[in-house]
Ligand binder design. Structure first.
Ligand code: URA
Length: 194
């Protein structure tokens, strides 16, 4: 068993009893878990991710494919994970289950495990998507608007590069050129460190 498999087994043991009677499976990280050039960290899995038990395979997976094509990388080159590894949901006005942002309790439960995950995977750089992973790894007062497209120090001791969450660009189209410029900045920075 690898160190990462052992960590994930410990997570299953820890989280299974927390929400009795509720179906809240963990969607764990995947990809190159040995010192990859990048570890991509999202917010939390959505409906498709839970069905497939894989991060970034629903609509967000399409966004990820675009990111990878801009970076000239393959999915298996990098490690892909989320801060919160269950799908946070609530019930919308029409009675349907919908995604919601992770709450404080969920973040407090999952962040220590994320730190262990990063320590085991040892990526050369972290790329956070949106505010949730950025705040989780730096400081809750920092926002993506202030620091996207730059490398910063973080609590995990690995350089962190902040990107807007691709899903947020669907609602704010004006962010698209900003996001694309940030991805190119990241690509050039990685090429210069090769
Ligand atoms: N799917 C994920 O796995 N993470 C996100 O942040 C969004 C969708």
């Amino acid at each position: 068993m690898t160190q990462l498999q052992a960590l994930y087994a410990d997570m299953q043991k820890f989280f299974q009893p927390l929400w009795p009677g509720e179906d809240k499976p963990l969607v764990l990280g995947e990809g190159n878990a040995f010192n990859p050039p990048l570890m991509l960290i999202g917010e939390a899995p959505g409906e498709t991710e839970v069905i497939k038990r894989r991060p970034f395979v629903g609509k967000a997976g399409k966004n990820l494919d675009e990111f990878l094509s801009m970076m000239e990388m393959k999915r298996e080159d990098i490690f892909i994970s989320n801060v919160v590894k269950i799908r946070p949901t609530d019930i919308g006005p029409t009675g349907r289950t919908r995604n919601r942002a992770p709450n404080k309790e969920e973040l407090a439960l999952f962040i220590p495990w994320l730190m262990k995950e990063i320590a085991i995977v040892q990526p050369k750089a972290l790329v956070t998507l949106g505010n949730v992973p950025l705040k989780a790894l730096t400081d809750p007062r920092i926002t993506i608007g202030d620091c996207h497209g730059t490398f910063m120090d973080c609590q995990a001791g690995v350089p962190l590069f902040a990107l807007y969450h691709p899903a947020s660009i669907i609602y704010r189209r004006a962010l698209m050129p900003v996001y694309q410029a940030d991805v190119l900045t990241l690509k050039e920075a990685l090429q210069n460190t090769k």
